[in-house]
Design a protein around this ligand. Structure first.
Ligand code: PLP
Length: 398
């Protein structure tokens, strides 16, 4: 029954509420119970022996599997269109378990230019400690990707859209080359959520989410998810997940199951608010330019339209002036909160040059297009009128 539900049978909006859960197996509880337990009892010694030998499918210990976590994993697999999923205690636990699983000393990882700061840090550790090399390239043409692939390249690691400039990578193009060369394509799909983009359906091999963001949607959990092939994830569950140990708690898994149910409704609102605000920001005389995948003048508008269902809930924009102007603008906001993270009900603003990208050397930052006047907005679920009113009055003060 549960295995059947994992196949993508119904619409995402339906699967996201029902997949992976059979109330008949849980005292008819409408919603999945929180199995807040560290361990599971065996009826007798022989059953314990069988569970450890993999001959009995019952649970053993919550680092190796937990029924509440299992519901989340089956639901995520269903909505991303993957065979299986694994949940982790953070997005970074998901990224690290995946990359350690896929590489060994001497291997090479080819990355999109601009990846999440801590993933950058992890690649640095893997290089220094284990001689696993990496390169960053723009991935804008087939030729540039082919040239950057080495005989040792085992993984292509992509984020799209890329934070904070919203640059998009054509996943279909990447997959085509990777398949020829038998390279695993891993996509960090955090910015889109499974509602806007499904890289597995384009042919990518592994999808990672920081579930902290849109999947949770309420700013109260740190968690990660990996979706992909059953063989690969089964192996990870018994190695880099079990032995490194970055598992999620049953309660956090339950909060994500709860958050997921409204993902389509929330994403529609995030995207709606972003499209309204993008137009208003673009037309404002104190705004230099906007970076938004739904803007027809945006360099990657075509790629975004091809692989994303909607342009997402994030907008970056440059204001006229300098760093002090950007900071004065932020300090003049009242409804909009100054915070990193994204995908919450609250609209959040951050200053990449001094916050998420402050560790990137100024010169590299400049090359990546991250100016001191660039701000990133994560549109929340409030009324777009109120969000704009707050921005407009703050722009007046600079
Ligand atoms: C936040 C984020 C991560 C890291 O996730 P955590 O849950 O904070 O560990 C990875 N990738 C992207 C794109 C993110 O935004």
């Amino acid at each position: 029954m549960e295995r059947l539900l994992m196949k993508k049978k119904k619409h995402l909006d339906t699967e996201i509420i029902h997949a992976g859960y059979d109330s008949g197996k849980h005292f008819d509880s409408l919603t999945p119970p929180i199995y807040q337990t560290s361990t599971f009892t065996f009826a007798n010694a022989e059953q314990g022996e069988k569970r450890f030998a993999g001959e009995d499918s019952g649970y053993i210990y919550s680092r190796l599997g937990n029924p509440t976590v299992k519901v989340l994993e089956e639901r995520m697999a269903a909505i991303e269109g993957g065979e299986a999923a694994l949940a982790f205690g953070s997005g970074m636990a998901a990224v690290s378990a995946t990359l350690i699983s896929l590489t060994k000393t001497g291997d090479h990882i080819l990355c999109s230019e601009g990846i999440y700061g801590c993933t950058f840090g992890l690649l640095q550790i893997m290089k220094e400690k284990y001689a696993i090399e990496h390169d960053f390239i723009a991935m804008k043409t087939e030729d540039s990707i082919r040239k950057a692939i080495r005989p040792e390249t085992t993984v292509i690691y992509v984020e799209t859209p890329i934070n904070p400039t919203m640059t998009c990578i054509d996943l279909e193009m990447v997959v085509k080359i990777a398949k020829e060369k038998n390279i695993t394509v891993v996509v960090d799909n955090t910015f889109c959520s499974p509602y806007l983009q499904n890289p597995l359906q384009i042919g990518c091999d592994v999808v990672i989410h920081s579930a902290t963001k849109y999947i949770c949607g309420h700013g109260d959990v740190i968690a990660g998810i990996v979706v992909g092939k059953e063989d690969f994830l089964g192996n990870m569950a018994m190695t880099t997940q079990k032995d490194i140990g970055g598992v999620i708690s049953p309660f956090d898994a339950w909060l994500l199951i709860r958050g997921l149910k409204t993902l389509p409704v929330r994403m529609d609102r995030h995207c709606h608010n972003a499209s309204i605000l993008a137009d208003k920001l673009k037309a404002h005389p104190k705004v230099e330019r906007i970076y938004y995948p739904g803007d027809k003048d945006f360099a990657d508008y075509e790629i975004a339209s091809k692989q994303m269902k909607k342009p997402g809930g994030l907008i970056s924009f440059e204001i006229k002036g300098n760093k002090a102007t950007a900071q004065k603008f932020m300090n003049s906001l009242s409804l909009i909160k100054i915070a990193v993270s994204l995908g919450d009900a609250e609209t959040l603003v951050q200053h990449p040059a001094t916050m998420t990208h402050s560790v990137v050397p100024a010169e590299t930052r400049e090359k990546m297009g991250i100016k001191d006047t660039l701000l990133r907005l994560s549109l929340g679920l409030e009324s777009s009128d109120d969000i704009w009113e707050d921005i407009e009055q703050a722009l007046k003060q600079i």
